[in-house]
Design a protein around this ligand. Structure first.
Ligand SMILES: Nc1ncnc2c1ncn2[C@@H]1O[C@H](COP(=O)(O)OP(=O)(O)OP(=O)(O)O)[C@@H](O)[C@H]1O
Length: 238
């Protein structure tokens, strides 16, 4: 019997239009996609090609205008706002370019903000340990480097043990050495926790460490590449 892979996400003819009439922007124009469980996926494409829009729809932050998108077989496009909120809370972690940490809280307290409302959280100290910051848990964001702050943001995102981790330009504000450290953490999360990881980035070299590389252009997928061999964050040519 043929083994069918389990998919975290599938989309079919997914479209998104912002605005109406002459001001309408067609951000997604029919996206067909399958993302198998547990993969690390990199989305590349020029500015304005629709990458963040796709992430926002798959992450339950925005509604599609047409087509289908499913998460583990559940149709996201037919969920109410309340159901999308529950979906995000249970299954989705987000990491953004700017870390969005609360400046008046320590690293550990920033992570606790999430674990307090999560269904099946890790201990905040364990999440910080996983990103290599256990020794910095009592530090405030201003006492941490950019890369360390991003690792706190990753700890916060993974502490609720999400099924999927969305990262929009996670290394965009970091130098190459610090960026590598952040990518090592993302790879670790993917491999050790089995979390499906989607990374939107302009750093094209990141693609070499992905299982799957999706190239976007003008709201459509231009190319999908499956890597038979992956490089480590230390091997990629930044
Ligand atoms: N809220 C919005 N209202 C109107 N247009 C929008 C909105 N969000 C995005 N767009 C437009 O949709 C298109 C796709 O934007 P999107 O942010 O998805 O692209 P992107 O590939 O993520 O770009 P970047 O790499 O610059 O982040 C762009 O033309 C953008 O201007």
């Amino acid at each position: 019997m043929k083994h069918l892979p389990d998919y975290t996400f599938r989309t079919e003819a997914l479209s998104k239009v912002y605005g109406e009439g002459e001001a309408a922007v067609h951000a997604l124009r029919g996206v067909d996609l399958e993302i198998p469980k547990g993969e690390m996926v990199v989305l590349l494409g020029a500015s304005g090609s629709g990458k963040s829009t796709l992430l926002n729809i798959l992450g339950g932050l925005d509604h599609a205008s047409g087509g289908h998108a499913s998460f583990e077989g559940t149709e996201l496009t037919s969920l109410s706002d309340r159901e999308l909120t529950l979906y995000r809370r249970q299954h989705v972690g987000f990491v953004f370019q700017f870390y969005n940490l609360m400046p008046s809280l320590t690293a550990e307290e920033n992570v606790e903000l999430v674990t307090e409302i999560a269904q099946n959280p890790m201990r905040p100290a364990d999440a910080l340990d996983l990103v290599g910051l256990d020794a910095r848990k009592d530090h405030f964001p201003a006492q941490l480097s950019g890369g360390e702050q991003q690792r706190v943001a990753i700890a916060r995102a993974i502490a609720k043990t999400p099924t999927v981790l969305f990262c929009d330009e996670p290394t965009g504000a970091l130098d190459s050495q610090t960026g590598r450290a952040v990518l090592r953490v993302l790879k670790d999360v993917n491999e050790r926790l089995g979390t499906t990881v989607l990374i939107v980035t302009h750093a094209a070299a990141t693609a070499d460490m992905a299982d799957r590389v999706i190239q976007f252009a003008d709201g459509m997928i231009r190319d999908i590449q499956v890597n038979s061999e992956k490089l480590t964050p230390d091997e990629i040519d930044w």
